[in-house]
Design a protein around this ligand. Structure first.
Ligand code: SF4
Length: 169
């Protein structure tokens, strides 16, 4: 595979898309933020554009307010996907976003997708605010289109409150 090197100095978050209401990115109706920046470079990644942390547009106060405005009674929570929300220059803003989200919407959930393993990320501050993590790199050899909310069978859906792997099929 061709090696691609990206670099970013600042901690400003970029994002590629927001879905106002999705049923495919976690349990219930969810607003989904797709951030830029991912160092995993999985073979057959569905969105290689997201590897570049400079791709897309800046995540601003206005963007954050838009996400909050999406949180109507019909929406169960926020999903942060990518890219990787835990990419080194994303973590600061993603943590601040999750913290503020939980202060405003304590009864709504946050799902976070990362190529990292949960055991390597569970002590990050952001995990205090995240309810469910879908962890692990996408493995093309373990791809399974029948799985809910994940692309390959090595990826796990983990309740951060209990540390237990959730069964979703
Ligand atoms: S972790 Fe996700 S976004 Fe990153 S390379 Fe793998 S499949 Fe693509």
């Amino acid at each position: 595979m061709q090696k691609v090197a990206y670099w970013k100095e600042d901690l400003d978050l970029n994002y590629l898309a927001i879905y106002r209401a999705s049923l495919a990115d976690g349990v219930g109706w969810r607003t989904v933020l797709f951030v830029s920046g991912c160092h995993h470079h999985c073979k057959e990644c569905h969105n290689k554009e997201s590897w570049n942390p400079n791709a897309g547009r800046p995540f601003t106060e206005k963007t954050k307010q838009y996400l909050f405005d999406c949180m109507t009674d019909q929406i169960d929570g926020l999903t942060i996907s990518g890219g990787d929300p835990l990419y080194r220059t994303n973590i600061k803003t993603v943590t601040e976003l999750c913290k503020e989200f939980k202060e405003k919407f304590p009864n709504k959930t946050i799902w976070l997708y990362t190529g990292n393993l949960y055991r390597d990320s569970k002590d990050l501050e952001v995990m205090k605010y995240v309810d469910v993590v879908v962890d692990g790199e996408f493995r093309a050899d373990l791809k399974d289109t029948t799985l809910a909310f994940r692309g390959s069978s090595n990826q796990r859906i983990i309740d951060t409150h209990t540390g237990k792997v959730l069964k979703t099929q």
